[in-house]
Ligand binder design. Structure first.
Ligand code: ARG
Length: 560
């Protein structure tokens, strides 16, 4: 039963569509006012009438029934009370029947969405700056799949550019295969830093690096062998982190994949009269749109980051025929994507409107930021390991007899990192704090995982929920029911706004009302009916919180 739709259908307002009415309906924070509310403020312009008066009028025309048992007007809102008992029964039955598919839907069936995320740079350390794109992108993949979309997760590898020439020079001068295979990214990063130090004194190294990059591009065997070595080392290293974070990709087509696909783009730009010359370089002038020009070819004829993104967008449209194509990339690249999207629009691609830059803020550690060139980086792996270690210590302290302490610490530690990165509106800059993400008291992952473990322990001790027929219900019980009912809508809005933090916020809210219920209501009561009703709440909460965490790529624990 979708109550919002039910109310929207009954509320006959000619000026608004049923969908618009449904969208506007809210769940009031104070449930004593009603279970649903329709705000009349936006209507006051249309009707030229005070919201209060509109609410009164709508109330007079509303006929209650055995689903919506009460309708009242207050403070510009039209409030509705539903038959709480039948609502609780049907919702709990639904959740306990649907289990891990509760909250899912088929709205996305038949539509494909490409998500470009994580998109790491080969031979560069996987640092904390990649955390957001990786976990936001991965959560969006899971959320959209849950809604029936076909999702293509793409790691648009940064595997093109003069830095690979630099690495080859550095490798030949200061390293060897054995060292690289042994210390992997640490070694690659060491020699990359060394290159920049040395190049300050010997600028001719830069020319040599350019020479090697051209050799890679021209298919020189030895240079490409080294390039592939750097690539495979990087991928096997980051794969460890992807496993920890439950992140997967459907494609690793990176920048170099478009080497042979850019020529056609440049031709098309020329044909359409979009390409102009500026100091020997080829550009698309975007002055008319208030943007600096989009650089397509350097004066030496080599391509740029934007050229490869143009080729990639076109390739993705041809290959996947996407409904939407998302780019989960930090806000530093806002202009880049605006330019690329605009150029595609000017090229007459009607699907340019379906490209979305999902922009997000920076993550830094409390101790300060970093730079790859100077080698001052905070590795994501170290952050995760340190969080897992700290989680282990907390468990040791709080529950030394726990069975699988290591496994639990891993789930809690990695979960804390993911949840921490997804806790705020994505565009905000965040400062990562170990203590904050691991706190059991705050609005954190351990708090949610602990709540699930608590549900588990109740179900183990008191038993599984059996059928019940409800006689009465208290406020704390109903608050949980109301919160449980919101989950499907939360998933939909998280997808619409590309905002996984809606799911983290929701998990916290549900955990809070559940824990209040747990304090207020004894579960192992004599009355079988009441006991089964309460057990059924516990089990529905466990299911819903687990589904929420799964959408974020976070593991749950049986015991904590
Ligand atoms: N590798 C790039 C970086 O680290 C991000 C690539 C994002 N995706 C894209 N299609 N441009 O800055």
């Amino acid at each position: 039963m979708d109550y919002k739709t039910y109310i929207a259908n009954k509320l006959d307002i000619k000026e608004l569509s049923t969908e618009e009415i449904r969208e506007a309906i809210e769940i009031p924070p104070d449930l004593s006012l009603g279970d649903y509310a329709f705000p009349c403020f936006p209507l006051s312009k249309i009707f030229r009438m005070a919201p209060n008066k509109i609410a009164e009028n709508l109330k007079d025309g509303f006929v209650t029934d055995d689903v919506i048992v009460e309708c009242s007007a207050a403070g510009g809102y039209l409030n509705f009370k539903v038959d709480r008992k039948s609502r609780a029964e049907s919702l709990l039955n639904t959740i306990n029947r649907e289990k891990d598919s509760y909250g899912s839907s088929d709205v996305g069936n038949g539509k494909t969405i490409c998500i470009d995320y994580s998109s790491i740079n080969i031979a560069k350390p996987f640092h904390i700056g990649h955390l957001s794109t990786t976990v936001i992108g991965s959560a969006l993949c899971k959320i959209l799949r849950f809604l029936g979309y076909k999702v293509v997760g793409i790691n648009h590898l940064g595997d093109y550019g003069t830095q690979f020439g630099k690495l080859i020079v550095a490798f030949k001068n200061w390293s060897d295969e054995e060292k690289v295979k042994k210390d992997k990214l640490k070694e690659l990063s060491r020699i990359y830093v060394k290159f920049h130090e040395e190049a300050k004194i010997h600028p001719e190294l830069e020319d040599e690096a350019r020479k090697y990059f051209t050799l890679i591009e021209n298919g020189d065997e030895e240079s490409n062998r080294l390039f592939e070595l750097f690539k495979s080392i990087t991928l096997s290293e980051v794969d460890k982190i992807y496993k920890l974070l439950k992140v997967t990709f459907d494609s690793y087509a990176g920048e170099s994949f478009y080497n042979d696909k850019m020529g056609a783009v440049v031709e098309e730009l020329k044909e359409k009269g979009l390409l102009t010359e500026s100091d020997g370089a080829s550009i698309v002038d975007l002055e008319e749109y208030g943007m600096p020009p989009c650089l397509i070819l350097k004066s030496d004829g080599s391509s740029l980051y934007a050229t490869r993104d143009l080729a990639a967008a076109i390739y993705r449209k041809n290959q996947y025929d996407f409904y939407k194509s998302l780019y989960v990339v930090a806000y530093q690249q806002d202009l880049h994507f605006k330019q690329v999207f605009k150029v595609l629009e000017l090229m007459g691609k009607p699907w340019a409107k379906d490209l979305v830059h999902v922009s997000y803020g920076m993550v830094s550690l409390e101790s300060g930021s970093m730079s790859t060139r100077e080698g001052k980086v905070v590795l994501l792996e170290d952050v995760i390991n340190k969080t897992v270690e700290k989680a282990y210590k907390v468990i040791e302290e709080k529950n030394p007899n726990l069975k699988d302490k290591e496994k639990t610490a891993r789930a809690v530690g990695t979960g804390a990192v993911i949840f921490g990165a997804l806790s705020n509106n994505k565009i905000k800059d965040i400062v990562f704090s170990y203590d904050r993400v691991l706190s059991f008291e705050g609005e954190t992952c351990p708090y949610v995982q602990y709540t699930i473990a608590r549900c588990n322990s109740v179900l183990n001790k008191v038993g599984n929920a059996k059928e019940f027929s409800l006689t009465e219900m208290c406020d704390s019980e109903y608050a949980v029911i109301s919160s449980l009912s919101k989950f499907p809508d939360v998933v939909i809005s998280a997808a619409e706004k590309y905002e996984p933090s809606f799911v983290t916020r929701y998990a916290i809210d549900l955990a809070k009302v559940f824990n209040k219920f747990y304090i207020d209501c004894k579960i192992a009561v004599e009355d079988e009916n009441l006991k089964n009703f309460r057990l059924s709440i516990v089990s529905a909460v466990k299911i819903t919180l687990t589904n929420a965490l799964n959408l974020l790529g976070i593991e749950t624990v049986e015991e904590m």
